[in-house]
Design a protein around this ligand. Structure first.
Ligand code: HAM
Length: 413
């Protein structure tokens, strides 16, 4: 039998799982600081939760959903994103009775895309949503939160915030009509992929990376003409406040997002440091979506970030240098080793031993993991009931009674 992973999936272990856990921790700390509550939803839902809201003509719905019939013939889909399940859960559990609702979640999503660097078929997302707030301060708070989290996780990465204003749904619909007209006039100049999108999804032609499409899009009607005054003011307030908060951004009128539910503010954090899949985080407003899913008529806004893409840029200290390493040269001294292990556990001192009765091998391992300290157990230590603690940075050795170890380490740290 040839057992192999399913294409586009990956296992998290070693450095990757360490990074994943750091991300989870930082996200939870920030969520708590900004007062978001965690919400975990099932990884599968009824297909209809996704098909209409994400857009019947969007790539995700047309090509990427993992959909199957359950035994009772109901159509089930592995969640391709978190926003709609969060709304479903908020409605199912009466969370929307107390507004605003600020929710976050972390977990796996599934999209059957063509795998490449930074793009998987099962990947993990961080997701933040605010339900029930129209005020531009919600947009601002979410963008600042996103910026803070990215700065904390990948401080040396150059990432840029792209911003756009899509206006209200009705204005967007007028804009699409105008785009269709324009693209139809220029249809012979478009790539075949964009040609197919003229009727169903003309907005997506704007973010095509094909050179011919870019040339046509450059002269396409601008969305600005379709945006009402209220939305213009909302957007201006966001930009003004971002400047006050020292968050750099570029206004990007080609930023349309891949899912259909967006309106008003949309944004993405992009970087040139991870290749073609350059979006680390994306989101925006989806006023009208909560009502469409059977909830009250309240606005919503949120974002999601790809954990794998952030991981690619993270630098972590993968060494166990804060652990006390142990080296022992003979199995005969095992009881002395047991004593120190019990002591370290009871005193909450992290330790590492490579299960080898071989001083040299344990020392080599300690050095390779960049350890600060190692406890050495040999004949002398065993016979005279003490431990030698060697500081691998200075080379200094100290002979200690077992109950002196904790204070000794604390004094030195
Ligand atoms: P999205 O832009 O489809 O938005 O995905 C958000 C992020 O998830 C992307 O920027 C990327 O980092 C990551 N991502 C997406 N697809 C993949 C993949 N195949 N492999 C690895 N990473 C991927 C949403 O999902 C919206 N629900 C965001 C949102 C929340 N809007 C409002 N609230």
């Amino acid at each position: 039998m040839n057992i192999r992973p399913v294409r586009g999936t990956h296992d998290l272990f070693g450095e990757e799982i360490q990074k994943y856990n750091i991300i989870k921790k930082i996200v939870s700390t920030h969520a708590d600081f900004y007062s978001f509550q965690e919400l975990k939803t099932p990884i599968f839902e009824f297909t209809e939760l996704f098909s209409k809201p994400l857009g019947e003509h969007s790539d995700v719905v047309l090509k990427e959903m993992y959909t199957f019939k359950d035994r009772n013939d109901e159509s089930i889909t592995l969640r391709p994103e978190y926003t709609t399940p969060m709304i479903r859960a908020a409605i199912s559990n009466n969370i929307l009775n107390d507004l605003p609702a600020k929710l976050f979640g972390i977990g796996p999503m599934f999209r059957r895309e063509r795998p490449q660097k930074g793009r998987y078929r099962q990947f993990n997302q961080i997701n933040f949503e605010i339900f029930g707030v129209k005020d531009f301060l919600a947009d601002l708070e979410l963008i600042i939160l996103a910026h803070d989290i990215l700065k904390k996780l990948i401080p040396s990465t150059d990432f840029v915030l792209h911003l756009n204003n899509l206006g209200q749904k009705e204005n967007l619909s007028d804009y699409k009509t105008s785009l269709r007209k324009y693209f139809n006039i220029n249809k012979n100049k478009l790539s075949s992929e964009s040609f197919d999108k003229i009727d169903k999804n003309p907005l997506r032609i704007l973010d095509s990376k094909d050179e011919a499409d870019i040339n046509v899009s450059n002269n396409a009607p601008s969305i600005q003409e379709f945006i009402n005054n209220e939305d213009k003011i909302h957007f201006e307030e966001i930009k003004k406040s971002l400047k006050l908060n020292d968050i750099k951004f570029v206004e990007d009128q080609k930023l349309v997002r891949g899912l259909d539910y967006y309106c008003s503010t949309v944004f993405e954090f992009k970087t040139s440091e991870i290749g073609a899949q350059d979006t680390l985080l994306g989101g925006g407003r989806y006023d009208g979506l909560i009502k469409a899913l059977g909830g009250p008529n309240i606005p919503g806004i949120g974002w999601a970030a790809g954990i794998e893409r952030i991981s690619m840029l993270m630098k972590i200290n993968k060494k166990l240098n804060n652990h006390i390493h142990i080296a022992i040269n003979n199995e005969k001294f095992k009881t002395h080793l047991q004593k120190i292990m019990t002591y370290l556990i009871k005193n909450n001192i992290p330790y590492y031993w490579n299960y080898k009765y071989n001083l040299k091998k344990s020392l080599t391992k300690a050095n390779s993991l960049d350890a600060n300290n190692i406890i050495i157990i040999g004949e002398n230590e065993f016979n005279n009931n003490f431990y030698t603690l060697k500081n691998l940075r200075t080379g200094k050795q100290s002979e200690l009674q077992i109950d002196e170890i904790k204070n000794f380490l604390n004094d030195k740290s």
